[in-house]
Design a binder for this molecule. Structure first.
Ligand code: GRG
Length: 295
């Protein structure tokens, strides 16, 4: 769909330009941190989460520069989580986004600090009230709180702990882990867009439902891509989940059932947007496009 591809690339380019501005290299004694930050941020991510923030905001208003600081903050936190996830103490992955992972390129010490720096930069941007004059401070605080909770021990970090330290042998634990590890930031990305756009409780409820199911569908697809994707497309060796004896939707239920589940979750997520009428068209297209993604 030509229009939709243009819609996506326009937003992706804008996000990349803003990220460049925020992460501009400073030539000082610690300048290596900017090399590592830029290496990881611009390694070729799809920018799904910041696009979700912008698209959720667009249900209510057209000016996507208003939620942009939050969209960039979400991508910074996502990239920090990938850098830390790749470390030897966690998933020990040598490749990310088709390139050597941050610690392979810069060493573990710099990779840890790069993740930490991105996490802190995200909140520095959000709470720079001078650059966010068009948003009432109470909305900035509410959206910031949602991002912090989603990133923390009851969100993404909680899911990562379950992944590393809890026995995963059934669908209930698997779903809990992914709703937190992958789903929490996807959920927050969408709700933040809604909050900044002025969504009421009912509208936020629909965005919550939409992005919860989308986050799970996204993870099921990730598991399918691990067995069906090419190394080139997914940017790392395929089949690593099976090799590492990981419990995934595919290893638990087989690839065909996993595909059926992904489709059902995507349809469910799309139907939560019916409430928004024709305003929900682009967000629905975004959900559909994730069903067909190759990486
Ligand atoms: C280390 C604090 C900490 C958390 C790690 C999110 C996470 C928690 C780890 C990522 C592990 C992983 C590969 C999960 C599968 C789903 C996922 C988040 C994939 C990567 O997201 P994409 O596909 O990546 O949006 P790009 O590179 O396009 O941004």
């Amino acid at each position: 769909m030509e229009d939709f591809n243009e819609w996506i690339s326009y937003r992706k380019n804008l996000i990349n330009k803003e990220l460049e501005l925020y992460l501009n290299k400073i030539n000082n004694f610690q300048s290596i941190i900017y090399d590592a930050i830029n290496y990881s941020i611009f390694a070729g991510g799809k920018r799904i989460r910041p696009i979700l923030t912008l698209a959720s905001y667009e249900l209510f208003d057209y000016d996507i520069l208003i939620p942009m600081p939050f969209a960039c903050a979400v991508e910074m936190i996502h990239t920090y989580s990938l850098i830390h996830d790749d470390l030897p103490a966690m998933d020990n992955d040598d490749f990310r986004r088709g390139k050597p992972s941050c610690h392979k390129k810069f060493g573990e010490d710099i990779a840890i600090l790069t993740g930490d720096a991105l996490l802190n930069k995200a909140y520095e941007i959000i709470f720079d009230l001078n650059s966010q004059k068009n948003i009432p401070p109470e909305k900035i605080i509410e959206a910031g709180r949602i991002l912090a909770t989603a990133s923390g021990s009851e969100g993404m970090i909680g899911g990562q702990i379950v992944d590393l330290h809890h026995e995963k042998n059934n669908l209930e634990v698997l779903e809990y882990m992914h709703l937190h590890k992958t789903g929490a930031i996807i959920n927050a990305s969408s709700k933040i867009g809604g909050i900044l756009g002025g969504a009421d409780d009912e509208e936020l409820g629909y965005l919550d439902e939409f992005s919860r199911n989308l986050g799970l569908a996204f993870q099921v697809k990730d598991d399918i891509l691990d067995v069906e994707g090419t190394n080139e497309d997914i940017g790392k060796p395929s089949g690593s989940d099976i090799e590492n004896k990981k419990l995934t939707y595919v290893t638990l239920m087989g690839v065909e059932k996993a595909k059926k589940l992904e489709k059902e979750l995507t349809e469910k997520s799309i139907s939560s947007l019916d409430y928004f009428g024709s305003n929900g068209k682009c967000l629905k297209e975004l959900a559909k496009s994730l069903l067909n993604r190759k990486n």
